[in-house]
Every structure is written in C-alpha cells, then in structure tokens.
Design a protein around this ligand. Structure first.
Ligand SMILES: Cc1ncc(COP(=O)(O)O)c(C=O)c1O
Length: 404
C-alpha cells in the first residue's frame, strides 16, 4: 500500500540533505570540490527520510491549500490537542496536560531558548556523549560550557549511562541543566524504565533542570516501547519534554514541535520569548494534526521497512566487513557503526567516505561532541537499493584503503 522502495528526486527543493552538506558536515562553501558530482553522492547523513510523506497527510495539506488563505494562524481549537493527546495515551499510556503544551518551530530552537532561559553565565549543561551536535551548539549559543558524561559500552555492544560518572557530574555546583536524549541519538538506545528511574533519582537529588528530548520516540523497532521521562518523573516540576511529529513523519521542514513545560514560570517565559508570538504555519498545523490523527497505518508500515533495513545492513556488514561492529538500534533510523578496527586512527571519517566512496555520512567527535572516535552514523531511512549501493561503495573504499 505504501511504497518505500520508490526513489524520489529531491533536487531543486533546497533540501539541506542534498544542498547543505558542504556547510553542515565540512564547514565549507561551494568552492569545496569532491571527486563526485553532488547528484552522484549516496546521502546517508542528516536525519530526514528519503520516503514520501504519508498520503493521509498530503491529502490533508491539499485540502488546506484549497482553502486558499494562509493568514496568521495559532492553535486555537481542540483538534490538534485532541489528536496529540490521543497519540500519547495510545503509544505511551501518557496523559498529557493541556496547560503544559507549548509550541516551537523546532526542538533545536527550543533547546537554544531553554539553555538561555535556564542557565546563568558560568553554568554548565550536562549531556551524555556521544551526543546530538545541537546539544553542544545550544550551550555554545549562550556562552555555556558542556559537561560531557560518556556513555559506557558493554561487552554486548549496548551503551548505558555510567551512573557513577553521571552522579559526579550532576554534583558539580555549576551544573544546572541536563539535556537528555531518549531514545538516544546516535546510539539508538531506548532507555529502560529502570535506567530512567536511576537517571531521574540522581537528577532529582541534585535539583537539576532536565530537558528530555524525545523526538525519536515513535521510531522504535517493532515490538519495542518508549517510556516518556514524564511517566517516571511524575511530579518533578523541573522537567521539560520535547516531542514532534516531524521526525516520525518526515515533516522537518514544516517546523512544528511540542514542548511540554511543567513549571508555570518557565512556561510563561518560554511563551513570552517566542519570536513568533504563538503563531504557527497553517500548513504545518494541518500536517501535524493529520499525522497524529491518521498517520498510524503509514508509521506501522514504515517501521516494518526500517526493521528490514537494519537487518539488511547488519547482515551485509557481517558478511563483507566483519571488523565493523554494529548493533541493531532499538529506536531511530540511524545505525551507529564502530569502524575503528576497519579504519584505525582515521579521524575525518566523513571526509574519507565523501572522497573515497561518494557517500555522505556523519561520524566521529567533530559531529557527535565526544566519545565517538571511530564511529559513523548511517541514516537508513531510504530505499534498500540506495543503502545497498552505499554499502557497496563503502566496503570497496575500505578495502582499497587497506590494500585488500
Ligand atoms: C535528538 C534530536 N533533537 C532534535 C532534533 C531536531 O529537531 P527539530 O527538527 O525539531 O529542530 C534532532 C534531529 O535530528 C535530533 O536528533
């Protein structure tokens, strides 16, 4: 019913994915040249998908377009809230509170705004490394330092929070805020309830603010379940939860996300500092409402396809690149692959694969803050045939590099 094998041409759409990689990955301009033309790259980098948006959402947008007027718009009626409320109840058993719901064009802008509001000069923001780059950028934007707590990797390849290190960092008197990522980008972990309880107990003991970025929460492997931190920290007032339909339904450019803020003072400051004074893009609101109200069948099919992509990549790597280590991510469409035994000492992994394989990907400490040496992150939200072509090139480039 839904075709995830279709290759869709994104050229000429001003997509970050196709046109923004020089700046984002390589901090370079159009002068930077590669042995591959832009359209020849296999793009496995930024976290959006190569799949067409669910027809149910497209239809809702088309209907809204036919209303012809796109005047100032905010969330006034109950339709969006009811759809999002039902989604949270059905998927996580979580009853959200209407008064807590704020909007932001994205979780990135919300992180910037929250860091600025919650921290004073000299404060530090705690995060688990490897980390999503914007956790660092949001801190830097406000002139704040980050305090990295490296995740541990077990013998089974699973990452976990190093609770001793974490507690020690939380006890730093300058540490006021935790940027917490669940499910975790880039390792793909879904923290278990026990892990969440352990983190919550330490955060509460030290009275930190916690921003729980749960943007990947709907993209879990089939059979897995996400627990919102709000279900664990039931009454903790210093919790902010970030969720969005944009990652789940490939709507990132429509810029619409949910920021649930418990503390009434923080809520009013957050709203007061909103440069859009509560206005939202009418097409984004329509798309987000349709996503939560009628996107489930498409999401179920997408998840099954993504599970297949993970199995495919794991099997290919095991057969053709046995020194690469990869666990199937519990959530997200991102694979976190350890190539340290294939390309020992290689620092610029993105540069290597762009130049030697024509594959765009993100990897290493420069893009994931720290604790990421030797790792690449592969976006698997694309037709399997494209992934297969990317893997062919990557394996060949590694073999060439190693003189095999
Ligand atoms: C953990 C995490 N937070 C936030 C974002 C981006 O959020 P938004 O597009 O709502 O700004 C991403 C995108 O990859 C992400 O992985």
């Amino acid at each position: 019913m839904y075709d995830f094998d279709e290759i869709i041409d994104r050229r000429g759409t001003n997509a970050l994915n196709t046109d923004g990689f020089r700046q984002y990955i390589f901090h370079a301009g159009p002068e930077k040249e590669f042995p591959y033309k832009d359209e020849e790259f296999v793009r496995m980098w930024v976290a959006d998908m190569e799949f067409g948006v669910a027809p149910e959402i497209l239809q809702a947008i088309r209907r809204r377009v036919d209303r012809r007027i796109f005047g100032y718009t905010a969330v006034y009626d109950d339709e969006y809230f009811n759809a999002f409320r039902r989604w949270c109840l059905e998927h996580y058993g979580w009853e959200i509170r209407r008064e807590e719901l704020c909007f932001s064009p994205g979780i990135i802008p919300a992180l910037y705004q929250l860091a600025e509001t919650l921290c004073a000069p000299g404060d530090r923001i705690l995060l688990h490394t490897p980390a999503y780059g914007y956790f660092l950028h949001a801190a830097e934007y406000s002139g704040l330092e980050v305090l990295p707590s490296p995740l541990k990797k077990g013998a089974d390849g699973r990452f976990s929070v190093d609770l001793d290190d974490f507690e020690q960092k939380c006890a730093d008197p300058r540490c006021t805020l935790l940027f917490f990522c669940n499910p975790h980008n880039p390792t793909g972990r879904i923290w278990t309830e026990k892990e969440l309880e352990d983190v919550a107990a330490i955060v509460e003991k030290h009275g930190l603010w916690i921003v729980s970025d749960e943007i990947h929460c709907d993209l879990v492997r089939c059979g897995n379940r996400h627990t919102p931190m709000a279900m664990v920290m039931k009454d903790y007032p210093k919790l902010v939860t970030c969720m969005a339909p944009t990652k789940t339904f490939n709507l990132a450019g429509l810029a619409f996300s949910n920021i649930l803020i418990r503390d009434p003072d923080l809520r009013s400051t957050f709203r007061a500092r909103d440069k859009q004074f509560g206005m939202v893009n009418p097409l984004s609101l329509t798309a987000a409402t349709a996503a939560y109200a009628s996107g489930q069948p498409w999401l179920s099919a997408l998840k099954a396809y993504l599970d297949g992509n993970f199995r495919f990549v794991k099997a290919r790597l095991a057969a053709e690149l046995p020194e690469a280590a990869m666990e199937i991510s519990e959530a997200t469409y991102l694979a976190w692959v350890d190539l340290s035994r294939c390309l020992p000492g290689m620092e610029d992994l993105s540069g290597f694969f762009a130049n030697e394989a024509g594959v765009l990907l993100e990897g290493g400490n420069a893009l994931f803050v720290g604790n990421a040496e030797g790792y690449i992150r592969l976006n698997l939200a694309m037709p399997r045939s494209v992934i297969s072509a990317g893997l062919d090139r990557m394996v060949a480039a590694i073999r060439r590099h190693n003189g095999q």
